[in-house]
Design a binder for this molecule. Structure first.
Ligand code: FAD
Ligand code: NAP
Length: 534
């Protein structure tokens, strides 16, 4: 051990789904590891996002680990879409079941990770000034963990409490009798607004972009259905991983195109998917994310439902989105649109009357002033790159990741970056990540990294680093695939468009099955596209 500095084989940053499983795997390899986590306990997303109504939008039977059959057999989910407290208690169960806690250091924010060219080891520093030396650094820092709070004039002058959905207090927040403002209408807002509306005296929703949402029809999970899935869990998981987004369902992705069927057939398909609920709506036809005309038929169907549900025609029109459906992450809700029929809920169209400022007593738009007791920022995250770039990561020859990614993230497979030897990013930009059931993507990455580290050790390689050629080719490949989809057509966080000044680059790689196949081939070929050195 270097004096004053602890030596380990692997430092893992983050103790969410990714960091926990990564720790389990590296320990199985017999390596020493330390997980550094900024939060006060395990859970990641499910530790931080405690806002009312928070739950998964991938069904519980899929939104869970598959690496241990005993674990997936013994755990019982209570609802079709598990709530935040239930997912958090699942992750605590996993932590204790696999004895992971002793290797995790909480309340520890990593500030720097610096590669030493001479020793070919990383030095990882924390906010409290501690340092660790490691051969490998694995970033399990999360795609949606760096909260994004917009810089609105006067924000700090507000005298009431403010909350961000992604940094919600641990004690219950009671909005009874209060005038509450929610800024944003993405997934977090869509989940929390119906619940807060039941408590608040007045709820004012500040909407910049209307959102497409499909009902969750959440409810208790039928024990016989759970038993049936568990009877052939491995096959169920394998089949789901073969879909575009690694998400399965009773209504699989259709192979038909929207415009090759009659209007009646299209309507029937959308109606069936709406009745089923959830993200499988986008699987109604195979071309919805590729052909604007096909997409418009699905978008039109949702707009019809909004106009049907929301009684006030003007409010309904403001709630009707006009961008491509699926371009921004689609939401899955419980009574979202119907909440706007409540007497105590008002919708403010920020496109017509933008926010001018936050004042000590509320929010002023170009039209009026809204008196508020509390403000909720449901304004999302500096996604995919935010958590990584908030750390000073410095690679070979003193080059920082911030410099390397100044024009947007460049990686090979979303797993490694040129100039950063022995640094791995779980669900990094350039991998399917946020376009999938993320637990599937996380496990696929963790398994790949574990196998890679084992290979390096067995063959006495000290370093692995992506090559320039492989990385350039990969970046081109991801751009080419994204380019044939409709994803780049709106201001989504997939593109970094939600954070002022962030380079506009489509960050995830669409299509899980071909991606996983490619990763497998790279490993089978002895890590093709990576330079290995002794
Ligand atoms: P996280 O859970 O984000 O964990 C990363 C951890 O790293 C955090 O605890 C963070 O504190 C820590 N960290 C970051 N930087 C540092 C640092 N510098 N030092 C120390 N620690 C650090 N995905 C789905 O597939 N289906 C869903 O239904 C779904 N629902 C979601 C609901 C919400 C409200 C949100 C925000 C996201 C949701 N996601 C969903 C995406 C979700 O983030 C992933 O499914 C998954 O939980 C990510 O796990 P992770 O371990 O990769 O990252
Ligand atoms: P988000 O989707 O990025 O939504 C943020 C919202 O805030 C958007 O409506 C955005 O408007 C608005 N906004 C941002 N800055 C603003 C400003 N300056 N003024 C006014 N409005 C502003 O964030 P999120 O809702 O937290 O969700 C992020 C992702 O986390 C989701 O897409 C999903 O992947 C995941 N998630 C999943 C669930 C689930 O259902 N399981 C729940 C929560 C989160 P614009 O659209 O105009 O930018």
């Amino acid at each position: 051990m270097t004096e004053g500095r602890q030596d380990v084989d692997v430092v893992i940053v983050g103790a969410g789904f990714a960091g926990l499983y990564m720790l389990h795997r590296v320990r199985e390899l017999g390596l020493t590891a330390r997980v550094l986590e900024a939060g006060g306990d395990v859970g990641g997303t499910w530790y931080w996002n405690r806002y009312p109504g928070a739950r998964c939008d991938v069904e519980s039977m899929q939104y869970s680990y598959q690496f241990s059959d005993e674990l997936q057999q013994e755990w019982e989910w209570s609802e079709r879409y598990a709530s935040q407290p239930e997912i958090l208690s699942y992750l605590n169960h996993v932590t204790d079941r696999f004895g992971l806690r002793p290797d995790i250091q909480f309340d520890t924010r990593v500030t720097d990770a610096v590669f030493d060219d001479a020793t070919r080891r990383w030095t990882v520093r924390t906010e409290s000034g501690d340092a660790l030396s490691a051969q490998f650094v694995i970033m399990a820092t999360g795609c949606l963990s760096a909260a994004n709070t917009p810089d609105i004039a006067g924000a700090s002058s507000f005298t009431g409490p403010t909350y961000h959905t992604g940094r919600w207090p641990h004690a219950k927040v009671d909005f009874t009798g209060q005038r509450v403002g929610v800024i944003g209408t993405g997934s977090s807002a869509v989940q929390s607004i119906p619940v807060i509306a039941q408590e608040a005296r007045d709820l004012v929703v500040f909407q910049r972009t209307a959102t497409y949402s499909v009902p969750a029809w959440n409810g208790p999970l039928d024990p016989s259905e759970q038993k049936e899935i568990k009877a052939h869990y491995a096959a169920f998981r394998a089949a789901n991983s073969q879909s575009f987004s690694a998400i399965g369902g009773t209504l699989p992705m259709s192979e038909r195109q929207a415009l090759e069927v009659s209007a009646e057939e299209r309507q029937a398909e959308y109606a069936a998917r709406w009745k089923e609920g959830g993200l499988s709506f986008l699987g109604s036809f195979s071309d919805l994310l590729f052909d604007p005309k096909a997409n418009d038929t699905a978008a039109g169907y949702v707009r019809e439902r909004i106009r049907e549900i929301v009684r006030d025609p003007r409010t309904a029109e403001i709630l009707c989105p006009d961008q491509v459906i699926g371009c921004k992450r689609m939401c899955v809700d419980t009574e979202y649109y119907a909440t706007f029929n409540r007497q105590n809920v008002r919708l403010v169209d920020l496109r017509e009357t933008p926010i001018e400022a936050v004042t000590p007593t509320g929010i002023t738009t170009t039209a009026t002033h809204y008196e508020l007791d509390a403000i909720i920022y449901a304004t999302g995250f500096d996604a995919m790159t935010g958590a990584l770039l908030r750390i000073n990561i410095c690679g070979r020859d003193g080059v920082s990741l911030r410099e390397a990614w100044a024009a947007g993230p460049h990686s090979y497979l979303g797993l490694g970056v040129v100039g950063f030897p022995n640094l791995f990013t779980i669900t990094g930009p350039g991998s399917p990540s946020v376009l999938t059931n993320m637990i599937v993507s996380i496990e696929q990455h963790v398994d790949w990294i574990s196998r890679c580290v084992a290979y390096l050790r067995q063959n006495a390689y000290q370093c692995i680093e992506a090559t320039e050629a492989a990385q350039s080719e990969w970046v081109e490949y991801v751009n080419a695939i994204a380019g044939v989809t409709l994803f780049p057509t709106c201001n989504s966080w997939y593109l970094g468009a939600n954070v002022p000044g962030k380079p506009r680059v489509f960050m995830p790689c669409p299509g899980f099955p071909p991606y996983a196949e490619q990763c497998q081939q790279v490993a089978d070929g002895g890590y093709v596209g990576f330079a290995l050195s002794q």
